[in-house]
Design a protein. Structure first.
Length: 130
């Protein structure tokens, strides 16, 4: 059983590998799948700025390449020198919505002792359905 705190600590570790020489804003993500596995992600910037990949989509990509498509929760951390509350961007919310149910949990925080948890439904209400 993976606690929110443990997942948050893994996101902090993933953030160490962030490639963010242009913004200096490093982001890490740890995604818990329903099979119990954790998939890590970090932001990967590019000199052509829009090419940049966010940490959240990087974590989902890792899982999907491994054949995993059912998810429970994700922890996201970000900041320059110190962590700030790093809420997922709109593109990442939509990306998550492709694979996650409304009750998917998104765990944010400036530190491990003050975690804020949201559901995907809270962060992306009235989402698009085909
Ligand atoms: N970033 C993420 O990795 N995830 C988000 O949800 C928001 C933004 C990254 C992209 C860029 O490398 C840096 O944070 C600053 O925008």
């Amino acid at each position: 059983m993976m606690t929110d705190k443990q997942l948050f600590e893994l996101a902090i570790k993933a953030r160490e590998n962030a490639y963010a020489p242009y913004s200096n804003f490093k982001v890490g993500a740890a995604l818990l799948a329903k099979n119990g596995e954790v998939y890590l992600g970090c932001n990967i910037e590019n000199k052509s700025y829009p090419v940049t990949l966010c940490a959240e989509r990087s974590a989902f990509s890792n899982a999907i390449v491994a054949g995993v498509k059912e998810f429970e929760k994700i922890a996201i951390v970000g900041g320059k020198d110190k962590l700030v509350l790093c809420s997922p961007c709109g593109m990442c919310r939509q990306f998550m919505q492709e694979f996650c149910y409304n009750d998917f949990k998104i765990i944010l925080g400036e530190d491990v002792f003050q975690l804020k948890t949201f559901t995907l439904e809270q962060l992306l209400p009235e989402s698009f359905e085909l």
